[in-house]
Structure formats: C-alpha cells, structure tokens
Design a protein. Structure first.
Length: 702
C-alpha cells in the first residue's frame, strides 16, 4: 500500500483543545492494572496510568526498547484539560482489544505537551505536514528511531485501529518507502532559517508599521471582534500590538478592532460572567459558545491586555473585567506557596460545561423577583443555547435598554448585577467543580506575574504587587538554580524538566517588569544573568536566533527554532525584545545588535504575517520609533513614579530609585536633595526636570 493512500485514511482533525475530567470511577480491573506512567508527576500522564495500553513516559527506556525490538512508536500527546483527549481515551485506550493490538505491535509513549513542548512541537509539525491539520489529542506513528511516518489528531475506535493496521503494514511491507517518508518529513521539520546580508542593516520606520496593519486589516472582524473565520481564539498579543500602533500613529481602525474585540470577549460566553476568567476559545463567531477549559496563560495575557486597554481608554468595563479575572485566579489557580496552577477542566460529572450553565427555572427559583432582570441581562431563554436544557450566560442586550426597561441608572445596574452574580456564584459552588491541573509551568507563571505587575501599576493596589513579588521569589528560589538554569515544571514540592526557551524568555520579561514597577535592581540584574545563560546555551550563531531547547538537553530527532507568535508569543520574539530592553538598560550594544539581527531575520514575514508576528511587530515599532527611557532618581522617586502609572506609555521604559546603584543608565544622574526626572532616548537625555508634567511634555515633543 502506498503512503499516498495512507494519508487519505479518515481522521477527524480538530484544531482545538478542550477539557477532560477524569472523575469517572475506574472499574475494579482498571484500578488494579497499571502501566509505566504510574510513577509520573504529570496529572495528564497519571490519568492514563490505569489504561490497559502499556504506556511509557518519554525517555531512554521506551526509546531503547523500540530500537531493540524494532517496533514502531506511537507518540500520543495531550494535556489534562483536553476534552477530546479524554474522549479518545474512553473510546480506544481503555479498550482491551485496542490496547492488545497497540501493545503487541508498537511501543506506546504518552506525552504531556505542557511539560514537554519540545516533543510536541516536532510531532505537531509532522502531523500538520502530513494532514494539513493539527491539534490535540495528537497521535503520531514513528519509526523505532522516533522519526515520524504518519499521524493525526482524534480518531474513533474503528479509525484508530485502521490507521494502526495500515501504517504497520506500510512500514513492514514497504520499508524503503517508510524510510523515504520519514527522511522527507524530518528535513521539512528541521530549521532552515538563514540570515541574508541584505537584511542585516535594515532601517525601520512608521511606514513599516503601516504596512503591517494594511496587510493585517482584512483579517480583522470589525463587527464581532477577533479574526474572520470559525472558531475564535483571543490572541491577546495581537491587540497589544494594535493598541501600541494606535498610540504611535492614531490609526482609528486599529483602536476600533481592539475595542470591538475586548467588548465582545467580556460580554460573551467565553467569559465566565459569574466567576470571572476566560475559557480558551469560542466555537462560534460571536464568542458565545466556549469550550469551557480555562488556561492560566490565556487569563494572564488577557488581564494584561484589559489593564492596558483601560489605561489607554479609561473604559471602566475593562477594569472590571481585569479585576474579576484576578479574583478568579486568586480563588481557583493560586497556591499557598505563591505559584499558579495550570488549568481548569471543562468537564465535571462527565459533562462539558455542566458547572457553568443554567436552566431558566434554576434562575427563577434562586432569584425570585430579581430573576427577570438577570434573565434579560444574560439571555437566559426557554430556547436554550447549550445541551440538557441549559444556558450559557452572555450579554447581548444594550445596557441603555436595560436601564430604560428597569428604570435604573448604570452604576446601580452594575451593582445589582454584581449582587445577583454573587448569589449565583455561591449557588454554583455547591456543584461538583471541574478538576484543576495543579502543576506549575514556569512560562505561564511568568505571564501571570507580568499580569499582576500590570494590574498593580495601573490600579495601584498593593495586594497585586505582593502577589507578583511572592511569585517572583517562588520562581527565583524553587524554579531556578544557583547557576541561573531554570526548570520547566513544579509539582508536589519538586521541580523537574530542564527549562525551554520560553521559560527563560518570559521569566526575563517578568523580572524586567518587576524592576520597572519597584526599581529593585536585583530583578534587573537577575534578568541579565538569565539572558546571558540563554545566550550561552540556546543561541544559534548560524541563524542569529535561539533554539527552543538547551544544549545540555538530551537530543531529539531535531532541534527546533520557534519564531511564530500564537496564543502565547514565540520564545524568539520575546527574547529579541528582552535583549533590546536589557541592551537599553545596560548600554550593551551586543544585546541590541542581536535583537535587530533576530528581527531582520523575520522581517519579511513580520510585515505580512499579521497576528502571528505581532510580538515581532512590537519590537519593530521600537526600532522604528525608539522608546523613551524615563529615569526617576531621588528620595521621592515612588511618588513621581506613581504619577506616571495611570498613563498609557507603551513605548516607554522606567528606571530609577533613591540612589544611582549598579544600572549604567542611572550613572551620574543623582542630584543631592532633589528628585529628578530624565527623559532619555537613544542614550541621549533631555534637560532634567522635577515634575511629571514637564517630563510628559518632553515625551510629546518627540
């Protein structure tokens, strides 16, 4: 059988990830049987530890066994909040006949993609090359040396058995074709990025930023928010860029696209109207029907986005949304140690969304005379929008109409809804809650740390700073070694798995953010130390970019380079920004040169790539219009600093303190007996001033 025929085998490929809940009681047989996952720390791997499939975790033992027995490998990848992973487990991996076929003919390896994104990136790209689709569960069949031959996402039982049998036959009957297929896929997966001399000295301008938006604009949905198409993901970094672009150019379409999206998100079913926090994505164009899993990284970035949008527009709804989400994070995803948990499942009692949805009768019984107002506000209708006669709560009615209908002004309407939400939340807490994946991922914790810093800066609440600092110390003590190496994962008082590039990139960003909020130099110095470690162990001199894995990691079939921004910005785009910032603080031209080389390397794609290069485009804006660096130095630095905080200044860095300290940008700027403000740009500072208003005037003059 040819491979051409193999790739048309039916598979249902979903570029989605939903939530699973492993609450179903295991049968007596299942509870007694275990496989090699039983001693793992990952909640996802432990969910599969009682499958009859003889699963192995990724490691030398499984890989050597495959080579020794000359058996192909099944690499099955997912995560604990993946609904369709759970469905495939029930339909296939828990069935004896499927397990027997897998155990007899393959070495089966389970991978938690959140713990091992390095493995996931390789096999996800392979599956996308094979089928044109990707997502989770991700199931890839590889030769004994790990090179992929075939793969897909979710398969029904019959489809899965057919895929296994036909792929096995293909490998055994046509070993030469299987070898060629594996070699061809590997070449396409391996990095092919090269630096060309014509881009080394690129000059950037606001015209480049206009080009970015002109190429991006047609993808934006100005009616419903987000991007045109079916399922909608928030993609916060895109709107951070558009806010920045509007600030620099006053382009009203950029602001309109951002505000429309933020309004629709906050009013939609993707947002938990009762308890705060966002689900990962919506399955419809109106943001009303979510998959109900809640991921830490989404909520962290959305808190930052709504906080910055409030800072820019003073829209009170954005502040409310950000603070409600932070209350959700505190209530559900915060550990007593100060770290943050990874995610919350969509399912409870084996039903997706059961915890979050309501019947109209439930609302009437609970709220009595107040029920009509809430029923109108959240569209709770007899004709339901979810399964089992349930409603997903979302806002669509104009608040002005609500005010007229119920003869209530906006502040009192908000207060009334807040009180009724609290009643619903209290009632909801009596239900069986979705399970929580309580592992700690370094990257995601850094993103949440940044969110708390952003919220502290704009809303001036010390509790936000306290939470951020507690998490910063947690990362610095529990997830970092004395030689500046980071771990990826933490659970049950144990840090494990060597950190990947995103762990370093976002931790560096977080520590820079802590410095900018506090002027405590230890965090900026630590950020520099981490950057130097990253250059030493991840930097690729041939491309001018960073590998995703460290040079001390065990080698996989290839070493990937991540450049495309997605639901989380790419690790390379974030490292390029970090190098620019650290280069500015420490007058380190090598850092800035590396940063520019990295941007030059992706310039063509960044100009045309829209949201998938949004973080690169923010860096481009820095080279087009260099940021101001505001130095505040003297005894009264905190007061002056706090005067800047409510003002949206995206292209501005801050430094300072009571004394000059060890940061080069502060050298020679202390004036005895006076708190002085310097507005600097490109290593040149304007005349020193003593008031915030004077400094702001200097910024506006540029």
């Amino acid at each position: 059988m040819s491979f051409r025929y193999l790739i048309i085998i039916l598979s249902i490929s979903l570029f989605v990830s939903c939530v699973q809940n492993k609450e179903a009681t295991l049968s007596e047989t299942q509870s007694q049987q275990t496989n090699h996952l039983i001693n793992e720390n990952s909640p996802y791997l432990l969910q599969h530890a009682h499958n009859p499939v003889n699963w192995y975790p990724w490691g030398v033992k499984a890989l050597n066994k495959a080579k020794k027995e000359n058996k192909p490998i099944i690499i099955s990848i997912g995560y604990s909040a993946c609904h369709w992973c759970h469905i495939m487990e029930q339909e296939s991996f828990e069935k004896q006949e499927v397990a027997q076929f897998m155990n007899t003919n393959f070495i089966a390896i389970k991978v938690d993609r959140e713990e091992r994104p390095d493995i996931d990136k390789i096999y996800l790209e392979a599956v996308q090359l094979i089928s044109g689709n990707g997502g989770w569960p991700l199931n890839c069949i590889a030769l004994p040396d790990g090179r992929p031959v075939y793969g897909g996402t979710y398969f029904t039982t019959d489809q899965w058995l057919k895929v296994l049998q036909e792929t096995l036959d293909f490998i055994n009957q046509h070993p030469d074709k299987a070898e060629n297929q594996a070699q061809s896929l590997l070449k396409k997966i391996q990095p092919t990025i090269t630096i060309t001399s014509k881009t080394k000295n690129s000059v950037y301008s606001t015209e480049d930023l206009n080009t970015v938006f002109d190429n991006w604009k047609n993808d934006l949905d100005f009616i419903h928010g987000g991007y045109r198409g079916g399922a909608k993901f928030p993609m916060p970094i895109g709107y951070q860029y558009l806010l920045n672009y509007h600030y620099l150019t006053k382009n009203q379409d950029a602001l309109k696209a951002t505000e429309t999206t933020l309004n629709k998100l906050a009013n939609g079913g993707i947002y938990d109207q009762i308890g705060g926090g966002f689900s990962r994505y919506a399955t419809d164009q109106l943001w009303r029907i979510p998959h109900f899993e809640k991921m830490l990284y989404d909520n962290a970035q959305l808190v930052s986005l709504y906080t910055q949008a409030y800072q820019h527009t003073q829209n009170e709804n954005y502040k409310i949304t950000a603070e409600e989400t932070l209350r959700f994070i505190k209530r559900k995803l915060t550990s007593p140690e100060g770290n943050f948990y990874s995610s919350i499942n969509a399912d409870s009692e084996s039903e997706e969304g059961k915890y979050y949805t309501w019947t109209q009768q439930e609302i009437i019984q609970l709220l009595g005379n107040d029920a009509p107002l809430l029923i109108d506000y959240y569209n709770i209708k007899p004709k339901v929008n979810w399964t089992n006669n349930k409603n997903i709560l979302y806002q669509s009615i104009d608040t002005k109409k609500m005010q007229q209908k119920y003869n209530i002004d906006l502040p009192n309407l908000r207060q009334k809804i807040k009180v009724l939400n609290a009643k619903l939340l209290k009632e909801r807490q009596k239900r069986v809650p979705p399970s929580i994946d309580n592992k700690t991922i370094t990257t995601w914790n850094a993103l949440m740390l940044i969110a708390y810093i952003d919220a502290y800066t704009v809303f001036d609440k010390k509790e936000y700073l306290d939470t951020a600092l507690k998490n910063a110390h947690f990362i610095n003590t529990k997830l970092s070694t004395s030689n500046n190496r980071l771990y990826r994962n933490y659970k049950n008082n144990k840090a494990s798995i060597n950190g990947f590039l995103d762990d370093y990139a976002f931790t560096i960003k977080a520590f820079i953010a802590v410095y900018q909020a506090t002027f405590d130099e230890q965090w900026l110095l630590k950020a520099k130390q981490l950057a130097d470690y990253t250059i030493q162990h991840f930097y690729d001199t041939s491309t001018g970019l960073f590998f995703y894995t460290s040079d001390i990691d065990n080698k996989l079939i290839t070493r990937t380079i991540e450049i495309t921004d997605d639901v989380i910005p790419s690790s390379n785009s974030e490292m390029a920004k970090n190098l620019y910032l650290l280069g500015s603080y420490f007058y380190n031209e090598q850092y800035i040169s590396k940063s520019k080389t990295m941007l030059n390397n992706v310039k063509g794609k960044a100009l045309k790539g829209g949201v998938y290069y949004a973080n690169w485009d923010i860096l481009m804006s820095w080279f087009a219009k260099p940021p101001h660096l505001i130095v505040i130095i003297g005894d009264d630095f905190e007061k002056k600093q706090n005067e800047f905080n409510p003002i949206y200044l995206p292209n501005t860095l801050f430094a300072g303190g009571k004394i000059e300290g060890k940061i080069p940008i502060l050298e020679g700027k202390l004036v005895e007996g006076q708190t002085t403000i310097y507005v600097c740009q490109d290593k040149t500072c304007k005349r020193p001033v003593t008031t915030t208003n004077e400094a702001l005037k200097q910024i506006k003059q540029d």
